[in-house]
Design a protein around this ligand. Structure first.
Ligand code: PLP
Ligand code: ZN
Length: 405
């Protein structure tokens, strides 16, 4: 059982209506759950074991590919704290966005929608295409001019229709918003204003971290693009406190590319609202290999800022060189192949420790969001190490010489 209400004016919305904003004031929609009915079904290994805290009716069949239930592994890297990785790269389409799309497509199918639209050439596009296929719905993916063909091919294989828009993915988001809703266009893009239902999916990351550790960590480090994932994690932990399961919420650390660290800038300038963040956005699209985090403004930025304030959190930035270095270290030390947008958790944890915010006794969880297999082109600079041949004279002796003493 869930309820829908406006987060601005508290107007109660009929849960059967296909709305993405408050019909009274246009404000954002949020969800409530009957706490007495909350139970975590342990026999389900996917995130749907938490369905009593997701916005779906009790008779609704979930659109699922087995998302969630991802590993929480102890880090081998010694970064000066008690460190764990929440490995979201093993989700069905390679990122945590599967959690959001599983909820969004479940909702869309329950409403009898035939076609979903999404603006993204990244994780959300892949996830939307995958879950639309699993739901038997048509999926139209809008991508920016700059999206590489390598990113579009998987979308086509997953059966979606792909269209470029003139401009960036942020322009595509606006296009969908303007075309939207009244015209019957069902947008599943991952920002609350586009689709509030998807925003509930990533809360389950918080529930899983708590369930795996048996306690609340001191810090959770989260790569931020739009800000919705970080905001959802904060909500998830807050719900555990409301339910009497957890005693507190962890501090959250956001990490963004240094060329578009919109939350860092907002905090410096004392900006709080989405409108202010939009007004502060640069005209030029940021150039960074942290593609999944590259926004001129964070579409869910106000919520993310509020979550940072509420959790006594920090906003951090990482350069592309640090991101690649993080990818290398996650790969070689942990056996996790992450993309640059996720490699940034490594320098972010280091910065927490360097700044004295986390120490040897502090439990820190780094969210590794996206799988590097989806984005090998960003590692082109590493290719010079790949053309070393085994000598044809005495190859056995050569191989023996490679054994680590
Ligand atoms: C791999 C990856 N990491 C992090 C993020 C950031 O998530 P959010 O946009 O919810 O802040 C994204 C967003 O698409 C992503 O694809
Ligand atoms: Zn309202």
């Amino acid at each position: 059982m869930f309820t829908v209400a406006c987060l601005a004016c508290q107007f109660a919305v009929d849960t059967t209506r296909d709305l993405r904003a408050c019909p009274s004031c246009g404000g954002p929609l949020g969800f409530g759950y009957d706490k007495a009915l909350v139970s975590f079904a342990h026999e389900d290994p996917s995130m749907w074991r938490f369905r009593s805290l997701l916005p779906v009716g009790s008779g609704t069949e979930a659109v699922t590919l087995g998302e969630g239930g991802t590993p929480l592994t102890r880090a081998r890297l010694d970064l000066g704290c008690q460190l764990y990785w929440k490995n979201e790269t093993v989700n069905p389409s390679g990122s945590h966005k599967d959690r959001a799309m599983s909820v969004a497509l479940t909702r869309a199918r329950a409403l009898g929608i035939s076609t979903v639209f999404v603006a993204s050439a990244g994780s959300t596009g892949l996830a939307a295409a995958s879950y639309a296929a699993a739901a038997g719905l048509r999926c139209v993916v809008l991508v920016g001019e700059e999206a590489s063909v390598a990113r579009l091919l998987p979308l086509r294989v997953l059966g979606s229709d792909v269209y470029r828009v003139h401009g960036s993915v942020d322009d595509a988001l606006d296009l969908l918003e303007n075309a939207g809703w009244a015209a019957g266009i069902h947008d599943v893009s991952t920002r609350r204003a586009s689709n509030p239902y998807q925003a509930e999916g990533p809360k389950t990351i918080a529930y899983e971290i708590f369930a795996s550790l048996g306690r609340v960590p001191d810090w959770v480090v989260i790569p931020v693009g739009g800000g919705g994932t970080l905001a959802a994690a904060a909500r998830g932990f807050a719900e555990l406190v409301e339910l009497g399961m957890a005693d507190r919420i962890p501090r959250l650390a956001a990490v963004q590319p240094s060329v578009c660290a919109t939350l860092v800038v907002a905090r410096e300038r004392g900006i709080h609202s989405d409108a202010e963040m939009r007004a502060a956005a640069p005209a030029e699209r940021p150039v960074t290999i942290q593609i999944k985090l590259a926004h001129t403004y964070a579409p869910d930025g106000a919520e993310a800022l509020e979550a940072l304030d509420r959790t006594r959190g920090v906003a951090l930035a990482a350069t592309d060189a640090e991101a690649i270095d993080g990818v290398r270290r996650l790969g070689a030390s942990e056996g996790i192949f992450a993309e640059p947008s996720s490699g940034v958790v490594v320098p972010a944890v280091e910065q927490l420790v360097r700044d004295g915010l986390a120490g040897p006794d502090d439990l820190v969880v780094g969210l590794v969001c996206g799988n590097g297999f989806r984005e090998t082109e960003s590692l082109a600079g590493e290719s010079r190490t790949l053309d070393v041949f085994v000598p044809s004279v005495d190859p056995s002796a050569f191989l023996r010489s490679l054994v680590r003493p």
